[in-house]
Write a protein that binds this ligand. Sequence first.
Ligand SMILES: Cc1ncc(C[n+]2csc(CCOP(=O)(O)OP(=O)(O)O)c2C)c(N)n1
Length: 376
Amino acid sequence: MLNTNKFGNSLKNLGYDFFSGVPCSFLKYLINYAINDCEYIMATNEGDAVATCAGASVAGRKTVVLMQNSGLTNATSPLTSLTYTFKIPVLGFVSLRGEKGINDEPQHDLMGRITTQMLDLMKIPWGFLSNDFEEAIKQLSEANKYIEKNETFFFVVKKGTFDKVELKEQKLHRTFNKLKLTRGKRETFPPRILVLKEISKIKNSDTVLLATTGKTGRELYEVGDSPNNLYMVGSLGCISPFAMGIALSKPDKNVIAIDGDGSLLMRMGTIVTNAYYQPKNMLHILLDNNSHDSTGGQATISQNVDFIEIASSVGYETTAYIHDLSELEKFIKNWKIYKGLCFLYIRIAKGSKTPLGRPKIKPYQVKERLVEFLNS
Ligand SMILES: Cc1ncc(C[n+]2csc(CCOP(=O)(O)OP(=O)(O)O)c2C)c(N)n1
């Protein structure tokens, strides 16, 4: 069995101090260590945890995701289209529930048989974590070499690998909304590209603009490409947890996540996490066209959702319904001065600029220059 505190300290000595995940009983003592002694983000979904760690990693942190193998299925989207595609390194620990020969619950049976195959399929290098301390430390040092090459590496963790660490009492807080501005008049439904032009005006050497998957990123690129932009591809819903990872790790930068209704609905739990950790330097702007515009305009059913109520109730400090472009300009200017976690909601027209190109720069190049920007 591994001495969990000693193993955790070895992780820390290698620089791994940013953790996120969803608990698993096989990993609970490592998770308890991370909660007790490190920065640990309690995610609502393993995919969100990967996205948050990816953001923190881009911002210069060494990050660790912790998950049950059943949660590996939740994380496949960001592990294939975010960390792999953008070459963002994250160190993973995934439990092996359902291992052949151990008596486990029926729901783990299939995942127990395919966990390592799934990692192979996702082109994630991995190893079974040894329960011998000296050996495990050697494995850690090998894993660290992958991380330093910008590759993700996963340890597969069997039952009884970590010795007991008590979870210290978690000091939890409530987060409260301080200013909520709801719909007060008719809105104007501007086209997305005009909204993006307005948002882009804020950009300076302190600000990053992160655009959600699909045409939002493509239009932002056409509005004006720059090293402090990132265009998410694939991994729908990951823009705000990714932004939070950056915002928490770089408190001196303004981090703006431009989200879509389909995207936010796909990972709705993220706003609970964003609000709980409350980065003061994060502005979350939702462009709602009631549709999956990028994939042909199919409905998202967001007309039934009051995003302002939801973001306010989970504790975004400021939430505001934006009726037109001049209000958007005013609120962004105010946010630059007063900051605080802020959620702006704007209804936009369906459709996009035609013809619409795609970024000519590759995702990992976009990431590389953002890393440079964030560390400059
Ligand atoms: C996990 C995942 N599922 C599906 C897609 C395909 N997809 C790309 S963009 C998009 C629509 C997103 O809708 P929304 O966030 O409302 O933005 P809009 O296209 O309306 O600007 C979909 C479904 C994806 N990239 N990732």
